[in-house]
Ligand binder design. Structure first.
Ligand SMILES: Nc1ncnc2c1ncn2[C@@H]1O[C@H](COP(=O)(O)OP(=O)(O)OP(=O)(O)O)[C@@H](O)[C@H]1O
Ligand SMILES: [Mg+2]
Length: 257
């Protein structure tokens, strides 16, 4: 393969390729089908929002993409890595290096300060080098956390805590960012700040983003919205420049119900 073809292949390979995944949970004698043969392709650098009613399988999908849980059947390939055939050891490396994850609960370590929380993934991966430290400086600057680096999480507002979570998710410069209702615990002002700052960070660190959200205003950040219902994809639409939350809510409702 020539270098040109190799570069082309790298650019045209989807960041996330999901084929026919199923996932069920057992609750006592009941079996709950959370995902029922879901297909999804996300291109490199794409920003996709996943929407759907409560229980439609959004978090399950995100957990599977994050290598935090395994699908029952089907295949998931993220950044060229097939999660369905990976060893536990490879999955640990995948979770540390290939995906950054932000949850609704900020999940910061209460005994560590902001700087230590951000650097934790690099410490765990054993790669707390000069590049990582420089990236941390850049992230705290862009995210407006510069005068907060020595604070512990309980001395920060919810908005600040979630901005620390952005920095922690991106400190390893992963090709893929996964977020599950990242503004679900923030008021509307802090939610707006979150999206503005994430957008700013992504300008200097381009990556593929998959965000689960209930809020049409958050979906406006995406290029494409994928709608789930009962563990399957029921449709999708592209977000055009100028589409506001009202327009997106109407398009979403048409697919969700
Ligand atoms: N660990 C689990 N054990 C049992 N059932 C589960 C588990 N996790 C999810 N489920 C069930 O699987 C289905 C899909 O759940 P999931 O959390 O993916 O939905 P969701 O779309 O993220 O919902 P929400 O918007 O409320 O967060 C639901 O019926 C849920 O009750
Ligand atoms: Mg959920």
């Amino acid at each position: 393969m020539t270098i040109a073809t190799e570069i082309n292949t790298r650019l045209t390979t989807p960041a996330i390729a999901i084929r026919g995944i199923t996932k069920s949970y057992r609750q006592g004698r009941r079996e709950i089908q959370a995902l029922r043969g879901l297909d999804l392709t996300v291109d490199q650098g794409e920003f996709v929002a996943i929407m759907g009613a409560s229980g439609s399988g959004k978090s399950t999908l995100l957990h599977l993409c994050g290598g935090m849980d395994a699908a029952d059947t089907g295949s998931i390939v993220v950044a060229g890595q097939n999660l369905t055939t990976m060893s536990e050891r490879a999955l640990t490396a995948y979770r540390r290096r290939t995906v950054g994850v932000i949850f609704q609960q900020f999940n910061l370590m209460p005994s560590l300060d902001v700087r230590e929380n951000i650097l934790l993934p690099a410490q765990l991966a054993g790669t707390c080098n000069a590049t990582v430290l420089a990236r941390m400086e850049e992230l705290v600057e862009v995210l407006g956390l510069k005068d907060r680096v020595r604070h512990r999480p309980d001395a920060l507002s919810g908005g600040e805590q979630q901005r620390v979570a952005i920095a922690r998710a991106l400190i390893m410069n992963p090709p893929v960012l996964l977020a599950d209702e990242p503004t679900g615990n923030l008021d509307s002002l802090n939610a707006a700040i979150f999206w503005k700052l994430l957008r700013r960070v992504l300008e200097t660190m381009p990556m593929t983003v998959l965000v689960v959200t209930h809020e049409p205003a958050a979906a406006a950040e995406a290029k494409r919205v994928v709608v789930l219902r009962d563990g399957q994809k029921t449709g999708e639409f592209n977000v055009e420049v100028g589409d506001d939350a009202g327009i997106l809510a109407t398009r979403y409702q048409a697919l969700a119900s």
